[in-house]
Design a protein around this ligand. Structure first.
Ligand code: BOM
Length: 141
C-alpha cells in the first residue's frame, strides 16, 4: 500500500546524504529523496541511478551485478509496519522493470530507468505515496 511505501521511502531516503559525494547527485537535481514520488520530479539523471545503487548497498538490497537482491529486499520491506502486505508486490514490480532494461550495460543509467519504470508502475497499482505521507512518517526514522 501507499502507506507502507511511505515508510520504506522515509527510511531508505535517509541514506541519500551519505551517498551524495560518490554519486555526484547535487541538491539542485534532488533536494530530498521524498521528491522521488513528486508529480513534477522526473527520474532521468544518471547520478540518481548511482545514488540509488549506493543507498541500496547501505542496506544490502543489491547484488554485485547492481540488480535487486530479492530475499534481502523482501526482508527489508517486511521490517516496516504492515510490510508483509507490500513486499511481494514491490519485489515483483521492480523485477519486472529490471527485465525491461536488462541489456543496458551502464549500471547507473540502467538503475535510473528501472526506478522510473517502478514509479510509473507503482502509481498504476495505487501503491505510490504522496510526498505529504512521507513527511508524516520521516520523524520516525
Ligand atoms: O535493478 C535495480 C534495482 C533497484 C531498483 C530500485 C528501484 C526503486 C528505487 C527508488 C524507490 C524508492 C522507494 C522506496 C525504497 C525502495 C528500496
Amino acid at each position: 500500500t501507499a502507506e507502507v511505501m511511505s515508510h520504506v521511502t522515509a527510511h531508505f531516503g535517509k541514506a541519500l546524504e551519505e551517498c551524495r559525494e560518490e554519486s555526484g547527485l547535487s541538491p539542485e537535481i534532488m533536494e530530498e529523496f521524498k521528491h522521488f514520488w513528486s508529480e513534477n520530479f522526473e527520474i532521468v539523471h544518471r547520478e540518481l541511478g548511482c545514488a540509488i545503487i549506493c543507498m541500496s548497498n547501505k542496506f544490502s538490497l543489491m547484488q554485485d551485478d547492481a540488480r535487486m537482491h530479492h530475499v534481502n529486499m523482501d526482508d527489508y520491506i517486511k521490517t516496516f509496519p504492515n510490510g508483509e502486505v507490500l513486499s511481494a508486490k514491490m519485489v515483483d514490480l521492480i523485477h519486472n522493470c529490471e527485465k525491461q532494461y536488462d541489456d543496458m550495460t551502464d549500471d547507473c543509467e540502467r538503475v535510473v530507468k528501472v526506478a522510473a519504470c517502478f514509479k510509473t508502475d507503482a502509481k498504476k497499482e495505487g501503491i505510490a505515496p504522496e510526498v505529504t505521507m512521507i513527511e508524516a512518517v520521516m520523524e520516525k526514522y
